[in-house]
Design a protein around this ligand. Structure first.
Ligand SMILES: [Zn+2]
Length: 608
């Protein structure tokens, strides 16, 4: 089930940031500014960000829900105006480095300096070129299709079609054709991406960062080096569980597909039920424990009930209101895009928007009656609830504690979608007994545990690319080296530099940082463990649902309403009582599955 890999509105991402103890931003030489000036400056920044941010959101929403040359041009222009303003402010903020100011003002200044996902160069021609390239990359991806016969438009398959084939086919040749067909959209983006890296690095350097990747790493309330160590520590906590899951999946895929799956090497990337092998729930039927299948399918239930997109979103909304959150506003229902329109091109990739940074929240999704979309709805609504909870903060603070937090909230709620919960809302007649838990845990592990190395490696690749450690001539090789190292997967056939496979993944052409999804994956279990305790749940962690727990809702809201007004460890503490991220909640949650995997893998190879 997709969840974590969904970006929020583009506008918001530009102000998603957190403090860095040593961001590398330039020191000011002019110390003539006063603390009064700081207040005036920040008032101007907040006002401008709001005005330009709203304009950018409106243009972006229109472009993504109606792709054509005009909306593309308008969105590019609104993006550029917003980016130029933030870039100017970020540079200006450094002139207050040595001015006395309140803690709140200081935090706003620091956030501003690390606010950008992409800094445009001050040279207007370069700035213009960069914004055009980013709009073009997004559109190229959005219009991407697999055309088996390019002379016949009818033969072209959208990403939805390819996704469906990858999810349901068990024919190796068909899977390989679909996989290769989708990845053929990549090479057209290689030149733009290469130029994008150069230009965005120029902008980052002007802000005092070594490169764009260094700028991204400066956002986590800790020195960039400590941050990368923290990621390593978290990955090491969960890696043994991933290795077991990988070994078991390989064993079962080998039983299905034969020698094309090696007994002890990497798994072919096209056999895991997903275009990017980023999560594996679609191959669950091949891996299902013989005596512990859950015995029901939420997708089947939704289909049988003929659940509409609106029905499904209403169910998601009800979970949040059961915790004490206000219902979604009328405008949400009027303005959201919930199904794929038949008459125009749209970016169907699900996202949540906060158009006016206040109450005009929306989601954009092409919903189908599946368990996957059911979960994604909870994910997107989590963004909307967060956005509304921090709306009274100064504009600069209207974002999550760090970007992993924003992605984690809806997924935390989805962890409470237990069989007992489905029974309580009348979607399921009777919950399976505890002996079936291993089946449900397997399903969830294929989603959450399988995702972890993928969540980590996208930015490992980009950080090397931005830093110049990986030259354009090695883009594709470096990509597959990392996929092997972290995921233990390999392409169906060698992929030379005539390909550009990273661009076949949305977040690369869209330039959305990805480590947030890794963090979100870790955090959601930590949040779930804490909220389940608050709700008084004494069952094993995977059986707890916080549905209707006002007390859990209160704790959750205490954190959400802080926005990013405080460093993220404070926000983490408000919800969990802990200041450090901790992946052991994942191990707790999956403990019964881990034990079961040990039994299945006795004497079998682990690793690759
Ligand atoms: Zn998301």
């Amino acid at each position: 089930m997709i969840g974590r890999m969904i970006p929020r509105a583009a506008g918001l991402m530009l102000i998603s940031a957190a403090i860095a103890a040593c961001s590398g931003a330039p020191r000011s030489s002019a110390a003539s500014a006063s603390s009064t000036d700081v207040g005036q400056f920040l008032a101007r920044v907040n006002e401008t960000m709001l005005k330009l941010g709203i304009a950018q959101n409106r243009a972006g929403w229109t472009q993504q829900t109606y792709i054509n040359d005009d909306t593309e041009a308008m969105a590019a222009r609104a993006n550029q105006e917003y980016l130029d303003a933030i870039t100017r402010f970020a540079k200006e903020a450094t002139s207050f480095d040595r001015v006395n100011s309140s803690a709140e003002q200081r935090r706003q200044l620091t956030l501003l300096k690390v606010a950008l996902v992409m800094a445009t160069p001050s040279n207007p021609a370069e700035s213009d070129e960069l914004t055009k390239i980013t709009a073009r990359l997004e559109s190229t991806y959005g219009k991407g299709k697999w055309c088996t016969d390019p002379s016949k438009p009818d033969s072209c398959k959208t990403i939805d079609d390819v996704t469906r084939i990858m999810a349901t086919s068990r024919n190796e040749r068909d899977l390989r054709a679909a996989w290769e067909g989708w990845h053929a959209i990549g090479p057209a983006m290689r030149r733009d991406y290469t130029r994008f890296v150069e230009l965005s690095n120029t902008g980052a350097k002007e802000l005092g960062f070594a490169d764009t990747g260094a700028m991204w790493r400066a956002k986590y309330d800790m020195p960039p080096d400590a941050y990368t160590k923290e990621l390593d520590r978290l990955w090491e906590q969960v890696r043994p569980l991933y290795l077991k899951l990988h070994a078991y999946a390989r064993l079962k895929l080998r039983a299905t597909y034969g020698d094309i799956v090696p007994a002890s090497g990497p798994i072919p990337a096209h056999l895991l039920g997903n275009i990017w092998a980023q999560e594996w729930p679609n191959i669950y039927p091949l891996l299902a424990p013989a005596t512990a299948d859950a015995g029901f399918s939420l997708t089947d239930i939704l289909k049988t009930r003929k659940a509409s997109a609106t029905d499904m979103v209403r169910i998601g909304e009800r979970f949040y209101t059961s915790l004490g959150f206000d219902p979604l506003p009328k405008t949400f229902w009027e303005r959201s895009l919930l199904v794929r329109p038949r008459d125009r091109e749209v970016v169907c990739h699900a996202s949540a928007w906060d158009i006016d940074f206040e109450t005009d929240v929306r989601i954009k999704m092409c919903i189908e009656p599946t368990a996957e979309d059911f979960t994604t709805i909870h994910h997107e609504l989590g963004h909307n609830m967060y956005q509304r909870a921090y709306k009274d903060q100064p504009v600069i603070f209207r974002d999550s504690a760090n970007d992993g937090f924003h992605e984690a909230i809806g997924d935390t709620i989805a962890l409470s979608v237990t069989p007992e919960y489905l029974v309580r809302i009348n979607l399921l007649g009777k919950a399976p007994d505890a002996s079936r838990d291993v089946g449900l845990l397997m399903m969830r592990a294929l989603e959450k545990v399988a995702f972890l190395p993928f969540g980590l490696l996208i930015d490992q690749w980009r950080w090397k690319v931005f830093a110049g450690e990986v030259a354009p001539a090695q883009y594709n090789k470096a990509w597959w080296d990392l996929r092997l190292k972290y995921q233990g997967v390999a392409p169906p056939a060698p992929r030379g530099e005539e390909f550009f496979d990273p661009a076949a993944k949305y977040h690369v052409p869209d330039n959305t940082p990805y480590t947030r999804y890794f963090l979100a994956d870790i955090l959601q279990f930590q949040f779930h463990r804490a909220l389940a305790k608050t709700a008084g749940c004494t069952l094993p962690l995977h059986r707890c649902s916080i549905y209707e727990s006002k007390e859990a809702g209160r704790r959750l809201n205490a954190m959400l309403s802080m926005g990013q007004s405080r460093p993220w460890p404070d926000a983490l503490e408000a919800l969990t009582g802990e200041k450090q991220m901790d992946a052991t909640a994942i191990l707790d949650y999956f403990a019964p599955l881990s034990k079961w995997l040990d039994q299945q893998l006795e004497g079998k190879p682990i690793g690759w």
